[in-house]
Structure formats: C-alpha cells, structure tokens
Design a protein around this ligand. Structure first.
Ligand code: UDP
Length: 238
C-alpha cells in the first residue's frame, strides 16, 4: 500500500507509520534477518504471509479477551494497531527445548518441557538481547512486579491458545517470542508485535519438520514453502 503517513520507525521486518496519536499502521516487509542482523535476506511474499498469519492469530486472541494492540488487517501487507510504548523486554515461552536453550544446557532439540518455561531478554540490538532475570528487570526499572505478573499471566494464556490453534492443524508449537506495550488508547498493558513463523518455532506433528525461521537461520532451504505451508494449514490466503 502506498501511504502518505509519517514513518515513525523502520524495523527489521516491519515499517510503522503514524495514523493518529493513538493508532499506527504496521507494514510487513519481505526482509529477513537473523543473528542480530548478521544474516540478511529476503523471503518471497513473507510480508503478506506473516500479515495473514499474524492477523488471524490476533483475532483469535482478541476474541479470547487477551488485551492486544491489534485492531484489524487493512490490506495484504498492513495492519491497523493501537500505538504502544513498548516494554523493553522480549518474553520467550518454551514448550520444548530448542535453539539457545538447547545449546545452553546441551539438551536435544525437541525434548518436552513439562510446564511451559518463561524466559526474558532485554530488548537491545546493541547488547544482543541478553537474557535477564526478574531481579534484573526490577533493578533496571523495565517494569514493576505487578506488570511482570500480568505479562506472565497473558503469556501463558497466549501459549495455551496458540498451542491448541497450531495443534489442530498438525503443528507443534515449540517456542515463541512475545512483546508487550502500554496502549496509548487504553493506557493498559497489551500484547504487541508480530506472531508468525518469524517469531515462533513450529514443527510438523508427525515428521518434526521445521516450518519456521530456523529454515532461514540454518540454511535449510524451502523457507517460503514452509511459511506458505503454515498459512495454508490455518486455512488462510494471501
Ligand atoms: N525469537 C524471536 N526474536 C528474537 C529472539 C527469539 O522471535 O529476537 C524467537 C525464536 O524465533 C524462537 C524463540 O523466540 O521461536 C526462542 O528463541 P531462542 O532464544 O531459542 O533463539 P535462538 O537464539 O535460537 O535464535
């Protein structure tokens, strides 16, 4: 979509435009990055595919009364969102060992975690998003204990919902990353940012085939096909 709106911010996968003081447009790009920007590329139709998947998931979360920034999908690449002040914490929710957690503890990828595990990273490209504890969060004043409790509560509820949405279409939700913000509209804590194969690890239930950004990170090939597969299984189109 050609837009005359003022560009507020251009990130690795999206451009944010100011619609008014309480709302923004998020334009999903095809650009892909990994390893804190060291690996760069482009995935055909990724913007449209991730917008379709993300919009669909946010509609489900809104209907389940999780407060989110999502208002509606506007066109193939664009969403209308509540403007938020992002809480500078990345929340990682894990149902199985994978990625950095597997490396850290030498436990095979795909090993089940009995109860979902929540980890936090400081949102900082310069520092490479270091892992942090709740004590770090309070010392650095990133949010107060009540807000972190709410973040944990919403994150686990989102996990339950997404796990069952993906399970129904034959996908295992291995782990994912969430972000939260304070809405300019409601002044409340809301779920924000993208949820897509860029931010979730999704494996085929039967074959354990990876259908997410690890295909790009690890040069496994078939990246666009994997994203399309997730979209098609959810019954979505671009
Ligand atoms: N993740 C993300 N953005 C980040 C870091 C992680 O979307 O900046 C997602 C990642 O796709 C995975 C989950 O969070 O689904 C857990 O990531 P992990 O720490 O294992 O990432 P790795 O270091 O292996 O990329």
């Amino acid at each position: 979509m050609k837009t005359k709106l003022k560009k507020l911010y251009e990130g690795k996968a999206k451009i944010i435009y100011q619609k008014n003081i309480k709302e923004v447009h998020a334009y999903y790009k095809n650009d892909a990055t990994a390893f804190n920007n060291l690996k760069k590329g482009s995935i055909k139709d990724k913007g449209k595919i991730n917008n379709a998947i993300c919009s669909y998931l946010y509609e489900i979360l809104n209907n389940a009364d999780i407060p989110t920034h999502f208002i509606k999908k506007i066109d193939k690449n664009t969403q209308l969102l509540e403007k938020v002040d992002i809480v500078p914490i990345e929340v990682l929710v894990r149902n199985y060992f994978a990625g950095s957690l597997s490396e850290k503890f030498g436990i095979k990828e795909g090993t089940k975690i009995p109860d979902a595990l929540i980890e936090y990273c400081l949102k900082s490209d310069e520092l490479g998003d270091p892992h942090i504890s709740p004590e770090h969060i309070f010392t650095l004043n990133l949010c107060d204990p009540e807000t972190l409790e709410l973040i944990d509560d919403y994150s686990l509820r989102v996990n339950d919902i997404l796990r069952s949405v993906f399970y129904t279409v034959g996908l295992k939700l291995i782990d994912f990353k969430l972000e939260f913000g304070i809405s300019k509209k409601s002044n409340e804590l809301v779920l924000a940012d993208e949820i897509s194969p860029d931010t979730c690890r999704l494996w085929d239930l039967k074959t354990n085939e990876k259908l997410d950004k690890d295909r790009f990170r690890r040069d496994l090939g078939g990246v666009e096909e994997a994203y399309l597969e997730v979209m098609n299984r959810l019954g979505l189109k671009i």
